[in-house]
Ligand binder design. Structure first.
Ligand code: DOR
Ligand code: ZN
Length: 445
């Protein structure tokens, strides 16, 4: 047997120990994982020099934008940011312009993405009212339906319990996962109207318009409805201890609920907004130190299923505090997430085995991304190779993303992805993206 590629001298964290071995790759799949002496011959051999190999990382919450928002990000720059940051698979959010809320719009988006992407990309739909359309979207391969507390994107569903229940029942019947942006539409609406009236568009005023109660109300209501409908639900970017305990209570009684946190809610407090202003504004906003500490505790105890970046790029002008217009919420995260979390591993605050679960294995399971998230024979040959000791400093001017800002600027990190393989191809080496636009693959659920 002659396989396409042998990766020798790898160290793979498996369950609770690090195995020294090699990986044989053939036709874009993992052929075998074995000690050097048991590996087949390969047409190409690459020496990983004892660096750590993770399964290709998955980011289940990314806004790639494109279509009419290419000035913020396009499918090429966004997926380059992904691979540079160590991610081989990403799921794209539907709040685009136009929104992804019909089969024809999904197909249009895929046609554009196909020519530009350099990693594996799957898509979500936004709210659709027609059951027929919903079924079509599901059978075409969307990974879930995202509901936002914003106009046109699910606000009418989230503020009307009857509609919410019907939507979850329809999604359950279609075997479709529902993702929730948990902020009460009523509270947000009221506060944002107040902001408009006062014309105070400062970063501080914006954050105050998104108080903890908005999240708690939404999580509480959603958990109650989940209990009635028994549909599969995923909470995006949870920020509060109270939310975690509400979710935990709902899980105890058997609801099928999962949740994620972002690196910014785990590593920053709202204090940084005084300095970073618009660059630290996102929805939901940054919270207090006790909340941050509680999130870490929840993560370590296994109450949080995955970490997602919520990569939400905007143009720099849209992030400035202005007299006449509110700041666009959202920050890029694809190129900062992994180094920041590897730093926590190096500080012994998080185990490497746990990191793999929350950045790959669990996402593949929750979103049913086939043959990804683990290094086992038959799975796709997506790998993220890590130099655990590499020191760097975050510098947004070096991002592949068009969004060249981050509240993490100048943060020192230890640990970095140095090589990335996507479907058996070397896609990134030492920060340089090697694949051409269109080399990535569209994923269908
Ligand atoms: O910060 C955010 N940015 N929160 C959202 O809900 C949307 C996102 C975006 O698309 O920019
Ligand atoms: Zn988002």
């Amino acid at each position: 047997m002659l396989v396409d590629l042998i990766l020798k001298n790898a160290k793979i964290p498996l369950k609770d120990r690090i195995i020294e071995c090699g990986i044989a790759v053939d036709k874009g799949k993992i052929y075998t994982v074995a000690k050097a002496s048991n590996l087949p011959k390969g047409s190409r051999i690459m020496d990983l020099k004892g660096n750590i190999v993770f399964p290709g990382l998955i980011d289940a919450h990314v806004h790639l934008r494109d279509l009419e928002l290419t000035y913020k990000e396009d499918f090429y720059t966004g997926t380059c940011a992904a691979v540079a940051g160590g991610f081989t698979t990403i799921l794209d959010m539907p709040n685009t312009k136009p929104p992804t809320n019909s089969l024809s719009r999904l197909k249009e988006k895929i046609e554009v993405a196909k020519k530009k992407i350099v990693v594996n990309v799957g898509f979500y739909t936004s709210y659709v009212s027609s059951i027929k359309e919903l079924k079509q979207l599901k059978s075409y391969g969307v990974f879930g339906m995202k509901l936002y507390p914003y106009d046109q994107l699910g606000k009418n569903v989230l503020e009307d319990d009857g509609m919410f229940i019907n939507t979850l029942r329809a999604n359950r019947a279609a075997n479709l996962l529902t993702l929730i942006h948990a902020e009460s539409p009523q509270i947000i609406d009221r506060n944002e109207k107040r902001l408009e009236a006062s014309q105070d568009y400062s970063a501080k005023a914006y954050i105050n318009a998104h108080p903890p109660e908005a999240e708690i109300n939404a999580v509480k209501n959603t958990c109650q409805i989940a209990e009635k409908t028994r549909s599969q639900l995923h909470f995006c970017h949870i920020t509060l201890n109270k939310s975690l305990s509400l979710i935990e209570e709902a899980r105890v009684i058997g609801t099928n609920i999962t949740c994620e946190v972002t690196p910014h809610h785990l590593l920053l407090t709202k204090k940084i907004v005084e300095k970073e202003r618009g660059n630290a504004v996102m929805n939901p906003p940054l919270r207090t130190l006790p909340e941050v500490r509680g999130l870490w505790e929840g993560l370590i105890k296994g109450k949080i299923d995955i970490i997602s970046s919520d990569h939400a790029p905007h143009n720099l002008i849209e992030k400035k505090e202005k007299m006449e217009k509110r700041i666009s919420p959202g920050i890029p995260g694809l190129e900062t997430t992994l180094p920041l979390l590897l730093t926590r591993v190096n500080q012994n605050k998080l185990s490497i085995f746990h990191l793999i679960k929350i950045l790959a294995e669990n996402s593949a399971k929750i979103f049913k991304i086939r043959q990804k998230g683990q290094i086992i024979p038959g799975f796709d040959a997506d790998f993220t190779i890590i130099d655990m000791k590499k020191r760097s400093k975050i510098d947004s001017s070096e991002f592949y993303s068009k969004a060249k800002y981050t509240p993490f600027n100048r943060f020192k990190t230890v640990g970095k992805p140095i090589k990335v393989f996507v479907n058996g191809e070397l896609a990134m080496e030492d920060g340089e993206v090697l694949l051409k636009p269109g080399n990535g693959r569209i994923l269908y659920s």
